[in-house]
Design a protein around this ligand. Structure first.
Ligand code: FEO
Ligand code: CA
Ligand code: CA
Length: 631
């Protein structure tokens, strides 16, 4: 079998190669999808008058560039910046940026110096800031500020330069890769010279692929979660492919396990994978070859181990000795982030995307209500999972995933959530990435990053993926942001109305739906929205992880970027650009809201240390020159 090079592929591309989704063979289905796409385009031409009838609400139809320009003096406290194609970060005039921390920086003084030849010493690889920064949150712990931040993946070719093609040759090689991923919890402080990590703070912590975790919720203790090392099925080691994040109302961090499947492989080439492995993309070949040196990752010996991953993990950032908890009640899939809010009666609502082509958008609702200061036990363990169904008329509903609706036990729903969602007929989506909840209006947004398989292939479970209301373009390579308004202004209501806040596109290249919605123009275009978060004023910060070659369909979009959107007007403007090759992911505010922390992941440009040095992911601190609030 041809070996797949690690580093030349994104996680997504790797997944496609190792475990391609079923090919479409039904010619009629393709024709039908094409017809419905033309139907949609017809509606789009009449944008403004026919938009609502097409399932596109008034939000989109209001967003023509003329009215957006009229808002020039509105809520945006910056002059938008042009695209960039260079190797550095750009922010608007009157703003500054600086590096807070980069991969390999010390969290503890006993860590060895970063080494640009090797990516750092394996021996202290769990004492430094990990690689490929992703979702993050800032917490005030007493008068200290603590950032919890994910490290989504590590780059074997760079970190194991003595190996061929980054394939580990020893348990020590595997351990280095395991150490550089997971989560960092670190105290940060602002001094005269800017922001710094507080090295050796008692709050600093690294959580890796080997940190002890507790499994909680309906699936905990189930036979399919038991292993020889953990016959109880209630304890596991490590958290994997930590992508987006979230925070609870009670001040804990939620880290989300996304492409966990890539860590598992088989030393037995003839191992027969159980059916559920196929839906989750767990194959005989892993991405890191852990299984050759760490038996836990060998599915032929530990078939249940991958079933203990793919969850949301709760971490207490104020207590470095606390045991992280895998919350099985929030379901098992390729979790992007966790957007928490409270219902009118105090029940906890968590919105969550499953980032794979044609997978679903979920909501968890706790049974109990949150009361500040009272026990939070059970709030993320006892509740109901729902999956979104979008109707073409702009309405939608949350379908409960229960024993009655799925024919599965509650534990099975929590372990095999994708299958449960397929059974109830949820709407297949264009790769749901981050969800963001507006703090000043009862509405939520989800970035649907792109989906080249829309109207081309079913998802991994065989669910059809024809174009549909919130996913209106076949072979969608630009992405869109869908928003929904819960009925009765309550996030627990089972019904909602929806529209598209924006369809990304390129109006310089296309004249049809691929030009984007009317709030996209030559000056603000982008592709592949991904990270998203609201600030306290109700402005939406949008981060991209897209094609940055600036050619063809993507001409004029430049490097990946962060934009700000105004839900009230639809106006979207560019705030930041990052070095080529990097995505922007992860956003958090300082306690005083005068600093914005932003993650720069996987730069290819020689950033931030310059030519001849390894490119390193980093968190940057953005400020206004006059030290005013940012959001
Ligand atoms: Fe890790 Fe879907 O982004
Ligand atoms: Ca992402
Ligand atoms: Ca992405």
């Amino acid at each position: 079998m041809t070996r797949i090079s690690h580093d030349d592929l994104s996680w997504d591309e790797w997944d496609e190669l190792v475990r391609p989704t079923p090919e479409t063979t039904d010619f009629d289905r393709v024709v039908e999808a094409g017809l419905s796409r033309r139907g949609f385009l017809g509606g789009l031409v009449a944008f403004g008058s026919g938009a609502a009838a097409m399932g596109l609400g008034s939000g989109v139809s209001l967003m023509n560039s003329t009215s957006a320009r009229a808002q020039e003096a509105g809520r945006f406290a910056f002059n938008p910046i042009p695209i960039a194609t260079d190797a550095t970060v750009h922010v608007p005039e009157g703003y500054t940026w600086d590096i807070l921390v980069k991969w390999g920086d010390r969290l503890f003084s006993d860590a060895l110096d970063f080494d640009h030849e090797t990516g750092g010493d394996a021996r202290t690889s769990d004492r430094v800031f990990g690689e490929n920064t992703d979702g993050m949150e800032l917490f005030a712990v007493g008068d200290r500020q603590v950032i919890a931040v994910n490290h989504e993946y590590a780059n074997p070719k760079i970190n194991l330069p003595h190996t061929e093609d980054g394939k580990p040759q020893s348990a020590e090689d595997v351990r280095k890769m395991q150490n550089l991923q997971g989560v960092t919890v670190m105290e940060v402080e602002e001094g005269d010279g800017g922001w710094n990590v507080v090295v050796d703070s008692p709050l600093n912590r690294r959580i890796t692929h080997n940190t002890a975790m507790r499994l909680a919720g309906p699936a905990a203790g189930h036979d399919l979660l038991k292993t020889d090392a953990d016959p109880s099925g209630t304890t596991s080691l490590g958290t994997f492919n930590n992508c987006g994040a979230g925070r609870t109302p009670w001040g804990t961090y939620l880290t989300c396990e996304e492409n966990f499947n890539g860590y598992f492989g088989s030393t037995d080439a003839n191992f027969e994978r159980p059916e559920d492995f196929k839906r989750y993309g767990i194959s005989l070949e892993s991405r890191y070859d852990y299984e050759k040196f760490d038996e836990r990752f060998d599915i032929s010996r530990n078939v249940n181990e991958p079933r203990r991953c793919g969850y949301i993990v709760e971490i207490d950032p104020s207590d470095p000795s606390s045991t992280p908890v895998k919350r099985t009640a929030l379901g098992r899939f390729k979790h992007e982030n966790a957007a928490c809010t409270l219902a009118r009666d105090g029940r906890v609502v968590v919105y969550m995307g499953d980032d794979e082509r044609g997978e679903f958008l979920y909501k968890y609702v706790s049974n109990g209500a949150y009361t500040p200061g009272a026990s939070t036990d059970g709030l993320l363990d006892d509740g109901t999972l729902f999956v979104a169904k979008f109707n073409e008329d702009g309405s939608g509903e949350w379908l409960a995933l229960t024993a009655e609706t799925t024919g599965m036990s509650l534990a099975e729903v929590c372990m095999f959530t994708r299958m449960a969602a397929s059974k109830v007929g949820a709407t297949t989506m264009d790769r749901p990435e981050w969800v963001a909840v507006n703090p000043v209006a009862v509405e939520a947004y989800c970035a649907l990053t792109n989906n080249k398989n829309r109207a081309v292939k079913p998802n991994a479970g065989g669910d059809e993926t024809p174009v549909n209301g919130p996913n209106p373009r076949a072979q969608n390579h630009y992405g869109q942001i869908v928003r929904w308004y819960p009925e009765n202004d309550d996030h627990v209501d089972p019904k909602f109305k929806w529209d598209l806040f924006v369809m990304a596109g390129n109006p310089d290249v296309h004249e049809d739906a691929y030009a984007g919605s009317q709030n996209i123009n030559s000056g603000n275009m982008f592709n592949s929205p991904d990270g998203m978060m609201f600030d306290t004023t109700g402005l939406l910060w949008i981060q991209t992880d897209g094609d940055d070659d600036n050619e063809g369909d993507f001409a004029g979009m430049g490097n990946n970027q962060m934009l700000v959107g105004d839900p009230a007007t639809g106006r979207i403007e560019r705030f930041m650009t990052v070095p080529y090759g990097a995505e922007v992911t992860g956003i958090a505010w300082s306690a005083d809201k005068r600093t914005l922390f932003v993650g720069v992941q996987h730069p290819k440009a020689p950033f931030p240390d310059g030519e001849g040095m390894l490119a390193r992911s980093a968190v940057v601190a953005v400020k206004r020159a006059d030290n005013a609030r940012i959001g």
